[in-house]
Design a protein around this ligand. Structure first.
Ligand SMILES: Cc1cc2nc3c(=O)[nH]c(=O)nc-3n(C[C@H](O)[C@H](O)[C@H](O)COP(=O)(O)OP(=O)(O)OC[C@H]3O[C@@H](n4cnc5c(N)ncnc54)[C@H](O)[C@@H]3O)c2cc1C
Length: 673
């Protein structure tokens, strides 16, 4: 069971929890990992979170939030290997991880069904599916707009019912690690208890753990334009500092979202064809900014409609006035020109000359048929929205935005990190005993089917729990032994905290200013549009900011301690991500997925855009297309970069008797394959 003691560090008495597994984060990934460990018989573990109810899983959604699993209905044949190959087709995903996510998807999905998550089935019990993006078979299902929230709710209830310890309001600020024979190993963590900040020990808590499951979600806090919930910041820097490698850090998903209330502007929000407009920062100088770039009103209206089906920005969908040309133009307007962009649901798109006279007859066949079938060939966008999808209208109303009166401010926002920390088929990182699961773990590559993120969160926890229960289920060392290897890092962290509290303030260098710089840099240079020289310059600035923060950061009170550590974490994270983007561009990497790489030798997105918008898409067979970039830091924070070959989907044993024999002897647990 979990043992609590008090240990002396830096003259302070600090609570020390000794346990087998520390789970950091209370999103789907962390909560599910705890339950999987419990099912494997493990009891001395705890979920530690900076806030139960915070994070992406609990607070994000979409018009139909999707879970991607093996097809369980209909007459179209599916198989785990087929699904693995479809995941693998998303490019730069290791095939063995794709296979794990595919073969375990039914087990994880059915566990949610068993727990009471309301996934719909028909009279016969068939979990019918629908097609999501990058999905050839209709494997997707949904429990509605708040699928991930409903999953969290059920997982939390189950955790409480099983008596698994949750330590709330604990911000983990450092991982404790050790390196023997060049092999790094995690040994625990340092956290700050938000309820004890005013105590003599400043809320410091240490964890002496055999294993750490890191489920801290995507590094959302580094983006200014973001549809992640504000309560999700991310803590990937903790792992980089401990020597964990990132992979595919260049790959994220970006798309159009409202910014006042953060929500994806996908599906019906675009299919009712709202009017796009921009203004200056003060809301004046209104312009129909898309009009000059489209040949006529029919092409523009159809592109807006298609944005509903094709939500993530995709460089392959820019040409020929594709729907992703809209993302490019919104980015240009907001980031490059510093203007504000809005959707107006009270008026149809309008303009002059060939851009005048919005009419349904101008739409392409698909768009026209959709609106006709939905009985929505009439009126204004908001009237169509209310007719086709009233809950979508009400959603904004419930958040204080009446689309009948108010324009919706929007931007091209960060939504998901396909890349993240590197892990093997048991979700163990290159740092032994450290298991990144969920979005912090980068199992996916360039593209992924919509809904595969939730599946990855669940499969990762299941795999980590299996491995831990079979290989790493022993007790942690005694306090003395633990402190012998960890005291320096714990002391360093406490000393640093004392230092930033006692230093006189250095004028205008505030935490919020630093955070603002990080966000602006990532959204402007490390997100949707990338350019080599600019990224080189900005990564230098990122490291400069990190060094400056380390030296000059000051806080006014202990209350700001968690914020200070978070700012440092995000600063380190954004520097490492920019290193990855630069390395990718330096190797000749081109536009792919949700990121457009500017290239003077390439093609223009459309005739009316300037020369500086030329870009080229990645070609199959190129250096970057056939490899995965891994980036890590050594103990002096020197950046190491490595390009590794992509592992194919493995051929695996399917002869029942052999699998059964290995299973009986636990021989199926193989560390390295
Ligand atoms: C708008 C939107 C729509 C989406 N739609 C879909 C969809 O339809 N299908 C799909 O599969 N995916 C979707 N996703 C992605 C998916 O929701 C996330 O990838 C997933 O929920 C991440 O879960 P997680 O458990 O890894 O992280 P999170 O749910 O973000 O949880 C992270 C947890 O870690 C905690 N934490 C972080 N740092 C620390 C620290 N230092 N100390 C203590 N605690 C810490 C946080 O408080 C939080 O509890 C969507 C995402 C967004 C933003």
């Amino acid at each position: 069971m979990i043992k609590k003691s008090m240990v002396k560090v830096e003259g302070m008495s600090v609570p020390c929890y000794s346990l087998n597994t520390l789970i950091i984060g209370s999103g789907i990934a962390g909560l599910n990992a705890a339950l999987c460990l419990y099912e494997q018989g493990l009891r001395d573990m705890s979920v530690v979170t900076d806030g139960l109810g915070r994070g992406t899983s609990n607070n994000a959604g979409s018009d139909k939030q999707t879970y991607y699993k093996l097809s369980l209905s209909g007459s179209k044949p599916d198989s785990p290997e087929k699904m693995a190959h479809d995941l693998f087709k998303g490019r730069c995903m290791h095939g063995d991880l794709a296979l794990c996510e595919a073969v375990n998807s039914v087990r994880c999905f059915m566990n949610l069904v068993r727990l009471g998550v309301p996934f719909p089935h028909d009279t016969y019990g068939s979990y019918v599916g629908y097609k999501t993006d990058n999905d050839p078979l209709g494997r997707a299902t949904s429990a509605g707009p708040l699928t991930s929230h409903l999953i969290c709710r059920r997982l939390i209830e189950e955790i409480k019912q099983k008596g698994i310890k949750i330590m709330d309001k604990h911000e983990v600020i450092a991982l404790l690690d050790d390196g023997k024979d060049g092999q790094k190993q995690v040994k625990g963590a340092v956290a700050i208890d938000g309820d004890q900040l005013d105590s003599e020990s400043m809320g410091f808590v240490v964890f002496n753990a055999v294993n750490v499951i890191l489920a801290t979600g995507g590094p959302a806090g580094m983006y200014k334009a973001s549809v992640y919930p504000e309560s999700q910041q991310g803590s990937t820097g903790l792992a980089f500092e401990a020597g964990a490698a990132g992979n595919n850090l260049t790959e994220s998903q970006f798309g159009l979202a409202s910014v006042k209330f953060r929500w994806n502007l996908s599906g019906t929000y675009q299919q009712v064809i709202p009017r796009y407009l921009s203004t200056d920062v003060n809301g004046r100088d209104e312009k129909e900014f898309l009009n000059p770039f489209f040949p006529d009103m029919g092409t523009l209206s159809t592109a807006i409609f298609l944005k509903g089906y094709e939500w993530p920005f995709d460089v392959e969908k820019i040409r020929n006035y594709g729907s992703s040309l809209i993302d490019v133009l919104v980015y240009r307007e907001t980031v490059k020109k510093g203007r504000r962009v809005f959707l107006d649901y009270t008026q149809n798109p309008k303009g002059e000359g060939k851009m005048s006279g919005f009419d349904f007859s101008l739409l392409d066949e698909q768009a026209y048929a959709y609106l006709k079938k939905s009985g929505a060939l009439f009126g204004t966008p908001v009237r169509r929205l209310k007719k086709v999808n009233l809950p979508a209208y009400r959603l904004y109303k419930d958040h204080g935005i009446d689309l009948e009166r108010e324009r919706l401010e929007m931007a091209v926002c960060a939504q998901h990190n396909n890349g993240g920390l590197k892990a093997n088929i048991w979700w163990e990182s290159n740092v032994k005993h450290l298991f990144p699961v969920g979005e912090v773990c980068g199992t996916h590559g360039v593209c992924r089917p919509g809904g595969s993120s939730i599946n990855a969160c669940l499969v990762g926890g299941l795999r980590a729990a299996l491995f831990i229960s079979k290989k790493y289920a022993h007790d942690p060392p005694g306090d003395e032994k633990f402190l012998k290897g960890s005291q320096d890092k714990i002391s360093g962290t406490i000393e640093f905290a004392r230092g930033i509290l006692s230093k006189p303030g250095s004028g205008d260098f505030s935490l919020s200013k630093a955070a603002e710089e990080i966000k602006k840099r990532m959204s402007s240079y490390g997100a949707v549009v990338r350019e080599k020289e600019a990224v080189f310059r900005e990564k230098q600035k990122a490291w400069k900011l990190y060094r400056r923060l380390k030296k000059e950061i000051t806080i006014r009170s202990k209350k700001e301690l968690p914020k200070a550590f978070k700012c440092l974490d995000l600063c380190l994270t954004h520097a490492v991500y920019l290193e990855a983007v630069y390395e990718y561009l330096e190797r000749g990497g081109k536009s792919r997925g949700s990121s457009m790489v500017l290239d003077p030798q390439g093609q223009k997105p459309c005739a009316a855009l300037g020369e500086d918008w030329r870009y080229t898409c990645e070609k199959p067979g190129s250096y970057t297309a056939g490899r995965i970039l891994e980036v890590s830091l050594d103990k002096d924070l020197f950046v190491k970069k490595k390009w590794v070959s992509i592992r194919p989907v493995p051929a695996h044993e399917t002869w029942f008797e052999n699998v059964w024999r290995d299973f009986r002897d636990d021989k199926f647990i193989k560390e390295e394959i």
